[in-house]
Design a binder for this molecule. Structure first.
Ligand code: UDP
Length: 238
């Protein structure tokens, strides 16, 4: 008996702003729409999700306002768990089984981060949602994407962006000469200071040969299309 071919396994990054629909808190209609698009690939693609928390708190901002940086970052991480639970709820409502794994122990609402278990969940068609970032201050959820994708053997990171449909040569909102790129390398992005994700995360992807697709989540079914491997947005490679 030949072993079944391994399915495509991807890690989807949803930043906090995606959850809030531009506001503080969670916008249920937006999260429901995202959940339905993820549930649509059930059985075809193995999916894990890293959620950001910028719709609630950003540690660096609280720290500039006078808070201790580490404590502010923990508040930021707790915000990501709220997004994780919201996404879990709408995924389950869409018929998609899920598990939340938090990097900060929170037994009532999530499992702990256990990489082999996360892989097993995906093999059983569960979507794994990683909350609480890395559980460590001074990190970002972008860096967590790279780390979790590498440790759980994802083929690619998919960065869903709000308000932009890929990587441009300059900021398309302020510079009319900005052109969309189909492809670029991490080295180019780092050299030209293109902030696709933070520099630590890009360096980690580059050093460990992990590619990433940056795409806009607004287009019709774009999240489903990206999960299925359609070449939308911009591909960033080592
Ligand atoms: N954070 C952290 N360590 C991590 C991940 C996140 O300290 O491993 C904190 C940090 O304060 C950050 C906040 O959680 O500002 C929310 O995460 P992030 O800003 O990455 O969310 P996004 O920008 O994707 O919404």
């Amino acid at each position: 008996v030949e072993p079944a071919p391994r399915r495509r396994r991807v890690l989807l990054k949803l930043s906090g702003e995606v959850f809030g629909g531009g506001h503080v808190g969670v916008d249920p209609a937006t999260v429901r729409g995202i959940a339905e698009q993820i549930a649509a690939v059930r059985g075809e693609v193995e999916v894990s999700v890293v959620v950001g928390g910028g719709n609630f708190f950003r540690g660096a901002e609280l720290s500039r306002a006078g808070m201790d940086r580490a404590r502010a970052d923990y508040i930021g991480m707790l915000g990501t768990v709220m997004n994780a639970l919201a996404l879990q709820d709408f995924l389950e409502q869409s018929g998609q089984p899920t598990r939340v794994q938090s990097a900060i122990t929170m037994g009532q609402v999530s499992e702990s981060y256990i990489p082999l278990r996360a892989v097993r969940h995906m093999e059983k068609d569960r979507v794994v949602i990683f909350g609480a970032g890395a559980g460590m201050p001074y990190f970002s959820t972008d860096t967590v994407c790279a780390q979790r994708a590498l440790e759980t053997g994802a083929d690619m990171v998919l960065m869903a962006k709000s308000g932009v449909d890929g990587v441009y040569t300059a900021d398309p909102k302020t510079d009319p000469t900005a052109e969309k790129l189909d492809h670029l390398t991490y080295t180019e992005a780092l050299r030209k200071d293109i902030r696709v994700m933070d520099q630590t995360a890009m360096t980690m992807c580059n050093d460990n040969s992990l590619s990433m697709r940056v795409f806009g989540m607004e287009g019709d079914g774009n999240i489903t299309r990206a999960l299925l491997g359609e070449e939308i947005g911009t591909l960033v490679t080592p």
